[in-house]
Design a protein around this ligand. Structure first.
Ligand SMILES: [Fe+2]
Ligand SMILES: [Fe+2]
Length: 280
């Protein structure tokens, strides 16, 4: 039986994570794999990993994570911001990997049909600490506590003036795409960031939530009849339920993180068909 599977935060810069990729095999020739971003930090690594996965899975769908969008000093690819994203999308097209720029594919396997909706919406500093009412106040608190995402140095928003401006443009474009979605079918969302803030409440450093999404996607799981919302970025793999919708954090994370788990990084998460009991 074919399955809709998901993984994220492969971070293949680490040799242990590269080795993990070689263990990833479909259980059925019809299995799809959703990849929720942070494949790697340099373009050759991203291309290698997605090419390997594309060779094995029937369909691979990728969305960018912040690390994929970094302009890292060791990367021969020095494009910044939107130009880097477009370059990665073109690379995916060559490989036969689907991205947020393609028509939304339909999973027609068991528990289907569902719209598979890959998103690139970034973040806009709206997941602020309670007593901060603006982005500036929130960033001041985070800097003061020494909790600052490396994105502030390596994720360039060019040609937009800021990452939140880029986020606003992506939201506008995505909302117009979503307005054409056939809502007779339910949806599975795929994004690097959680669509809602709740999953960030367990962050070890709560200030980091600033770099983890936008409040502008807060009702999308309800509005578009999501059966599951797949995300990564937090490196806290788990399943939670919000408004009756299953949220799946599917990250592998760094070797120092998955090395602490009993069973290592584990296989990709099965999204459909759904696996019985609720794991809240
Ligand atoms: Fe990550
Ligand atoms: Fe990330």
């Amino acid at each position: 039986m074919s399955r809709l599977l998901a993984i994220s935060d492969l971070h293949v810069r680490y040799p242990e994570n590269r080795a993990y990729i070689s263990t990833m095999r479909p259980g059925d020739p019809g299995d799809w794999l959703l990849v929720a971003g942070d494949v790697g930090e340099v373009s050759d690594d991203i291309e290698w990993a997605l090419g390997e996965l594309r060779d094995r899975f029937a369909t691979v769908v990728w969305v960018p994570g912040n690390h994929d969008l970094w302009t890292f000093r060791d990367d021969p690819l020095q494009l910044r911001g939107e130009a880097r994203y477009r370059h990665l999308v073109a690379m995916c097209r060559r490989l036969g990997v689907l991205t947020p720029e393609d028509p939304y594919p339909v999973w027609d396997g068991p528990s289907g049909p569902v719209n598979v909706v890959p998103l690139f919406t970034l973040y806009d500093y709206s997941f602020r600490p309670e007593h901060a009412s603006t982005k500036q106040e929130a960033l001041a608190i985070a800097y003061d506590r020494g909790i600052v995402c490396t994105d502030e140095v390596l994720l360039h928003p060019d040609p937009y003036p800021s990452r939140d401006a880029w986020c606003a443009a992506r939201i506008a474009e995505t909302e117009s795409r979503l307005s054409t979605l056939d809502t007779a079918r339910p949806a599975v969302f795929l994004s690097h960031y959680p669509l809602i803030r709740e999953p960030t409440r367990v962050l070890r450093y709560p200030e980091f939530a600033l770099w983890c999404g936008t409040s502008r996607t807060a009702d999308w799981h309800r509005r578009y009849r999501a059966v599951a919302a797949v995300y990564g970025h937090l490196h806290i793999p788990r399943t939670t339920w919000h408004d009756g919708v299953r949220f799946e954090e599917v990250s592998v994370g760094y070797p120092r993180e998955w090395g602490r788990r009993d069973h290592g990084p584990g296989p990709p998460r099965q999204i459909l068909p759904a696996l019985g009991a609720r794991d809240a």
